[in-house]
Write a protein that binds this ligand. Structure first.
Ligand code: NAD
Length: 270
C-alpha cells in the first residue's frame, strides 16, 4: 500500500537477514522493498520467500546492488559485517535513507563513517536490539550508581561457536552502562584478559569473561560482587526473533526522524 514503510534488508541469507525478512513480511504497516546479499553468493537472484521459508514465491528477488536497495527503501536494516556496514552507511547518507545497524565489532574507522552518515540521515545503532537487554542496560547503570566501588563489577558473555568478535557488542554496551553509572570511562577500567600471575583484582576494574560454544543465542550477566553478597543481573536470549522484532520496531520509529545517531533506548523512550 502507498503509505506502508518500504524496508530494505541487507545480508538476506544470513542468520539475522532471514529473521528480518520474515519479520517484515509478517508485520502490518511495512513492506519489503528489496534484499541484498554479497556479490557472487548463491542467494543472488533467488526469491526471498523461497530463501527464508522455502515455501512460497513472493516476487522479490535478492540483488547484489546495494545502491539500488538504498534508492528504493525508506529504511534499510543492516546486520552484516563492519566493512560492509561502513559502505552501507555512506549509501544511507547519500540517499537520505534511514539505517538501522545491528552489526557488531565496529572499529573506529567504521564508526567514523556512521557519524558522517548520521549528519545526513537517521541512524539507529544498537549492539543488541532486544527490549530485555535494553532494560538490562538501564538496570546495570542504575545498580552501578547505587553500589559503591567495593562491589566488584564482572560481566560474562556467552554466545554460539560462530561468533567472530569478543567481547560481544552487548557485553561492551553493558560495560559502558556500568561505567557510566560509576562515573568512569570503560576504557580506563576494562579488563578482558587474565592469564598467569596477574596479581589481586584492582579496585574499580570492570572485568569481562567470554564463553563461546554450541548454539547459544546470547547470555549476559552483570555481577556486582562484594564481601558477603552478590547481585547478578542476567538476560538470556532464546531466539534471534527478539533482535529482528526490536530492529523492525526501530525501523518503523526511524521513518521521517531528523538526522542523527539514535540508540534503542531512544526508540523505546527510556
Ligand atoms: P551471518 O554471517 O549469518 O550474516 C551476514 C550476512 O551478510 C551473510 O549472509 C553475508 O553473505 C552477508 N553479506 C556480506 N557482504 C554483503 C554485502 N556486500 N551485501 C549484502 N550482504 C552481505 O551473520 P549474523 O549472525 O546474521 O550476524 C550479522 C551481524 O549482526 C554480526 O555482526 C552479529 O554480531 C550482529 N548481530 C547483532 C544483533 C543485535 O541485536 N545488534 C543480534 C544478532 C547478531
Amino acid at each position: 500500500m502507498a503509505n506502508e514503510i518500504k524496508i530494505g534488508i541487507t545480508g538476506a541469507a544470513g542468520r539475522m537477514g532471514r529473521m528480518l525478512i520474515n519479520a517484515v513480511l509478517a508485520t502490518d504497516g511495512c513492506q519489503l522493498a528489496g534484499a541484498t546479499e554479497a556479490p557472487g553468493t548463491n542467494a543472488i537472484g533467488m526469491d526471498v520467500g523461497l530463501l527464508t521459508s522455502g515455501l512460497k514465491d513472493i516476487g522479490v528477488h535478492v540483488i547484489d546492488n546495494s545502491k539500488n536497495l538504498f534508492a528504493i527503501s525508506d529504511v534499510v536494516i543492516d546486520f552484516t559485517s563492519p566493512k560492509v556496514t561502513e559502505m552501507h552507511a555512506s549509501l544511507a547518507g547519500e540517499h537520505k535513507t534511514a539505517l538501522i545497524i545491528g552489526t557488531t565489532g565496529l572499529e573506529v574507522q567504521h564508526q567514523d563513517a556512521l557519524e558522517r552518515a548520521g549528519e545526513k540521515t537517521a541512524i539507529v545503532q544498537a549492539a543488541n536490539f532486544s527490549v530485555g537487554v535494553n532494560l538490562l542496560l538501564g538496570l546495570a547503570e542504575q545498580a552501578a550508581k547505587v553500589l559503591p566501588e567495593s562491589y566488584d563489577i564482572e560481566i560474562s558473555d556467552m554466545h554460539h561457536r560462530h561468533k567472530v568478535d569478543a567481547p560481544s557488542g552487548t557485553a561492551l554496551a553493558l560495560g559502558h552502562a556500568a561505567a557510566k553509572g560509576r562515573g568512569v570511562n570503560l576504557t580506563d577500567v576494562m579488563v578482558t584478559a587474565r592469564d598467569g600471575i596477574v596479581g589481586p583484582r584492582r579496585s574499580g576494574d570492570i572485568g569481562m569473561a567470554v564463553f563461546r560454544g554450541g548454539d547459544v543465542v546470547g547470555d549476559h550477566t552483570v555481577m556486582f560482587a562484594a564481601n558477603g553478597e552478590r547481585v547478578e543481573l542476567t538476560h538470556k536470549a532464546g531466539s534471534r526473533e527478539i533482535f529482528a522484532a526490536g530492529a523492525l520496531r526501530a525501523a518503523m520509529w526511524s521513518n521521517n526522524k531528523k538526522p542523527g545517531i539514535y540508540s534503542m533506548r531512544d526508540v523505546l523512550g527510556f
